[in-house]
Ligand binder design. Structure first.
Ligand SMILES: *Cc1c(COP(=O)(O)O)cnc(C)c1O
Length: 382
């Protein structure tokens, strides 16, 4: 059985006619940057998220960078972010000469451990940057309360969780990316809403921030094209990607539902197996399973051995993420050391992500799970 980690081609087959026509329309229109397709996607995404403003940009890393640039921070200001996430989250912090201050994550949700945030707040702290990792919302209510108490901005890295939802204690339900001051996302092809190239977007509810974000994305220009008010960047979503994304956005809830179903099938297969922890979705959260990630509590050696068997059998699996951010060589100048973030370090040794996408069938999930379990039991015995 041929199984892929992410199957964008099968997904494309279901929307091929629509996509092909839309791409040709862009090519024939002469509008390649900006124009009607970008505007249409922007409006539809604004509505989908229930946001006030959406600013499309070139990729998810730019989205984070522009978000931080819009907050008028000074070099040396501190940004609190989880130690267990994709590299880009803290990369933009460092690139802007801000200081990434890591916080350990929760061993069950893999998201920033809110109990540990306040101890990291100093007079230089300006931003909390939570990540909705693997498709599960971070615990936003206490994060927003802390931010309010200490007058900090909140930027949500929503690259992995578009369409996920979080319920507040008053019953209000919001989509990820629109709870903080600014939210960012990525349309990298393997993301839940993936383009056929690079893309990203920034969300906000605040009109002043929206103006600042838009201006930064376009070389610091505001109304007159050749008058530059601030230093910005060139970060735009191109029209072909916008046309594709506009079509895929209409299917996003179904794609996410298919992921949730696949995760439920996996969970069923791994239920009650000693040493395997399956992902769980806290009450009131909608998890959109960008990744389906297990923990093998037996540790790194066992995990790596099982992964090697999967590789040998030609069944895809991935380690997201093998090294937590504080131990990445690129962040060595910040002086973190092994032992600083024990949960992130433990997760790096124990996690393994299995194939997850919108096109998985029950047979495929069962096949992957059966093979995985066979390798797992084999390795545990050896
Ligand atoms: C993918 C991703 C990014 C970066 O997005 P790109 O579009 O690849 O630049 C940032 N943060 C997280 C958590 C991601 O998963």
């Amino acid at each position: 059985m041929k199984i892929q980690m992410v199957d964008t081609l099968t997904q494309y087959q279901h929307i091929r006619e629509e996509v092909d026509a839309a791409v040709m329309e862009v090519i024939k229109s002469g509008f390649y940057i900006g124009g009607p397709k970008v505007n249409s996607f922007k409006e539809n995404l604004t509505q989908y998220l229930n946001a006030n403003f959406v600013i499309p940009c070139a990729n998810g890393t730019d989205a984070l960078q522009v978000a931080l640039m819009a907050l008028n921070l000074e070099p040396g200001d501190e940004v609190i972010t989880p130690a267990f996430t994709y590299f880009a989250t803290a990369e933009v912090v460092a690139l802007l000469r801000l200081n990434p201050v890591f916080v350990d994550v929760d061993p069950v949700t893999f998201n920033i451990d809110v109990k540990q945030i306040e101890a990291k707040i100093t007079p230089r702290t300006k931003v909390i940057l939570p990540v909705h990792l693997f498709g599960l919302p971070a615990d936003m209510e206490p994060i927003l309360q802390l931010a309010k108490k200490h007058q900090l901005a909140v930027v949500e890295d929503n690259a992995q969780a578009i369409g996920a939802e979080y319920r507040f204690s008053d019953g209000k339900v919001l989509k990820t990316g629109v709870m903080g001051d600014i939210g960012t996302t990525s349309f990298y092809p393997s993301k839940n809403l993936g383009a056929y190239g690079d893309g990203g977007a920034i969300f906000t509810q605040n009109d002043k921030l929206a103006h600042a974000l838009l201006r930064i994305c376009n070389h610091g220009v505001s109304s007159n094209r050749y008058l530059h008010e601030v230093i910005g960047v060139n970060s735009r979503l191109d029209a072909i990607q916008a046309a594709i994304l506009d079509i895929k956005l209409r299917h996003l809830d179904l794609y996410n539902q298919n992921r949730i179903q696949a995760a439920a099938w996996y969970n069923e297969c791994f239920k009650g197996i000693d040493g395997i922890l399956t992902p769980s979705t806290p009450e009131g959260y909608k998890h959109v399973f960008h990744q389906y990630t297990l923990r093998l509590t037996g540790g790194r050696e066992l995990r790596d051995a099982v992964k090697a068997c999967m590789d040998q059998a030609g069944i895809p699996s991935m380690i997201y993420y093998p090294v937590p951010l504080h131990l990445q060589e690129a962040y060595a100048p910040y002086g973190y050391k092994a032992g600083d973030y024990p949960v992130s370090e433990q997760l790096s040794a124990e996690v393994i992500s299995l194939p997850m996408h919108s096109e998985l069938t029950k047979d495929q999930v069962h096949f992957v799970a059966e093979q995985f379990l066979q390798f797992y039991h084999q390795t545990v015995k050896a």
